[in-house]
Design a protein around this ligand. Structure first.
Ligand code: FAD
Ligand code: MLT
Ligand code: ZN
Length: 490
């Protein structure tokens, strides 16, 4: 069998599940079914790709934040769509639940086993790592779900294209995981999130059925868009095995400015002005004095500017030709004090300036296990939200350290709270309720996962949730796919 053979494993595959209509064999005790399943999976993916030893399972059982962990019976590592189909059919037939996992960089606890029962199977997609040749005429490429973001970006760059969704976890996050979470990242203001890049997916439903729509047609109104339905589905509807994405022309010239500012309101005002004057603006990232101090001490970095400011805004432009003058001209109209901006135009300075922003996540994790609350607010409410958030935490959670940063150009703040017990979600409830009172979303880009399932109703109406559950029940009638994600108590 080929490894990573997008488009294989469809209706004619010899591995196509025989158990499509079989109900999960739930009559035997779960432990007996799980034991039998191990033999099934060894028969499908081979012994080396079924990890049941505790030491080998361990990295798949705890999430990136260390806040969420569990135990699985085994990790299965299929190497093709056909193998994913057979693995899911076997799990379905045995009535054993499955947690899909890509790079395990997700931040809402949905990529790891939900409890310590040791009865689920983690299906790792990392071996689905094939990158097809780039279709230059269409500016598209089909990649396996296990391809990392960095590998996709490098493959695109080698042919004069770019894959413009970007995030700091680029070396580990997989394209499949990014589709499943509708990842946003650093360039949403210019290029949108994953949803905007996905032209089609191949995926395997809970019973092993393969659905594939990888043609990449720009116009294709032929019924429900199942590919887009899977964007942001967090492993609850299907395992994505391959993705057709659109690329953009490479923009090799980048220029970055790190600005020191007096307030969040001023940062938003700067973003508005830059948006109007800089068509190549692709990032507008916000952080604060205390977050910068944390990053500097964690990463041993010097100060970016001659003096400290309460608020920092990192902006980036990129283009086919040198865009330094565009950036400098746009900054001139802002009337900033001379020493309030650090400019980077060569790769090394650009990288150094980005470190102050990108290293926030690891710096936060270095001081404890964070409550990570990724939220969006209507842009105009950001300053008031920030003020209310700080006083809420100071009043109700005096032991908390707040580290706030995010994609201000998208109204997206990352609220990181370290101090309160990671197992106590009172702080999550308080912050998410505050967000909802501003008309915000409790998840901007990381998803709901396990971390926020209890509060889905703060952002979605009861009828929306009922409709979502109907879709889940139709595609995964036995509820075996990522059962703890998205819906509380599902
Ligand atoms: P995983 O963590 O393995 O899984 C995430 C979810 O997707 C789980 O629910 C899982 O079940 C499901 N899943 C994974 N693969 C598949 C598949 N093939 N089919 C179906 N379901 C699947 N996120 C952003 O949006 N923007 C950022 O800027 C950003 N920056 C980050 C920076 C750091 C340092 C870190 C650690 C994380 C960051 N993230 C960011 C979060 C994370 O990288 C994204 O959520 C990413 O999309 C997860 O990809 P993954 O392959 O690691 O998925
Ligand atoms: C980021 O923007 O850096 C990420 O979404 C990660 C995080 O929230 O820590
Ligand atoms: Zn982010």
């Amino acid at each position: 069998m080929n490894s990573s053979d997008h488009n294989h494993g469809g209706p004619t595959s010899p591995l196509r599940p025989a158990a499509r209509h079989a109900s999960p064999g739930a009559t035997l005790p779960l432990a007996v079914r799980v034991e039998a399943l191990e033999e099934d999976l060894v028969g499908i993916v081979g012994r080396p790709n079924v990890l049941s030893d505790a030491e080998l399972r361990a990295p798949y059982e705890v999430d990136w934040t260390r806040r969420f962990a569990g135990r699985c019976a085994m990790v299965a590592r299929p190497g093709s769509t056909a193998e994913v189909a057979a693995v899911l059919a076997a799990c379905c037939a045995r009535g054993v639940s499955v947690v899909p996992q890509g790079g395990n960089t997700g931040l809402v606890g949905a990529s790891v086993p939900p409890d310590d029962s040791g009865t689920c199977v983690v299906v790792s997609t990392r071996r689905l790592s094939k990158i097809d040749p780039i279709d230059k005429a269409a500016s598209q490429v089909t990649v396996g779900a296990g391809v990392t973001l960095a590998a996709l970006q490098n493959a695109a760059a080698a042919e004069g294209f770019a894959f413009p969704v970007d995030l700091a976890a680029r070396d580990s996050a997989t394209v499949g995981g990014m589709v499943a979470t509708n990842a946003g990242g650093l360039h949403v203001i210019r290029y949108g999130a994953m949803r905007q890049r996905v032209l089609g997916v191949e995926a395997v439903l809970a019973d092993g059925t393969v659905i594939s729509h990888l043609g990449g047609l720009l116009k294709d109104n032929t019924g429900y868009d199942l590919s887009q339905l899977l964007v942001g589905s967090e492993g609850t509807l299907a395992i994505i095995t391959a993705i057709r994405v659109s690329l953009v022309p490479e923009t090799p010239h980048r220029a970055v400015a790190l600005l020191g500012l007096e307030s969040t309101s001023r940062a938003l005002d700067v973003i508005d002005k830059l948006r109007a004057n800089l068509p190549g603006l692709q990032a507008a990232e916000l952080f604060f004095e205390d977050g910068l101090a944390l990053v500097r001490s964690h990463a041993r970095l010097g100060p970016p500017l001659a003096r400290a400011y309460p608020v920092y805004l990192l902006v980036e432009v990129a283009g086919r030709v040198d865009c330094t003058d565009d950036l400098l001209n746009a900054l001139t109209v802002l009337d900033l004090p001379e020493d309030a901006a650090a400019i980077g135009v060569d790769t090394s300075t650009v990288t150094k300036l980005w470190e102050y922003r990108e290293r926030h996540t690891e710096a936060v994790s270095a001081i404890g296990i964070p409550h990570k609350l990724d939220v969006t607010l209507p842009q105009s409410h950001l300053p008031r939200f920030e003020k209310d958030l700080r006083s809420l935490l100071a009043g109700r959670f005096p032991e908390a350290t707040l580290v706030l940063f995010g994609h201000a150009g998208d109204g997206n703040l990352h609220v990181n709270v370290v101090g309160p017990d990671p197992n106590d979600d009172a702080v999550d409830e308080a912050v998410l309720t505050l967000v909802a009172s501003f008309g915000g979303s409790i998840s901007a880009e990381h998803g709901i996962g396990r971390a926020k399932a209890r509060w889905l109703g703060l952002s979605r109406s009861a009828s929306e949730i009922t409709a979502m559950k109907a879709i889940k029940a139709a595609l995964d009638p036995y509820g075996i796919l990522n059962p703890a994600a998205l819906f509380a108590g599902a």
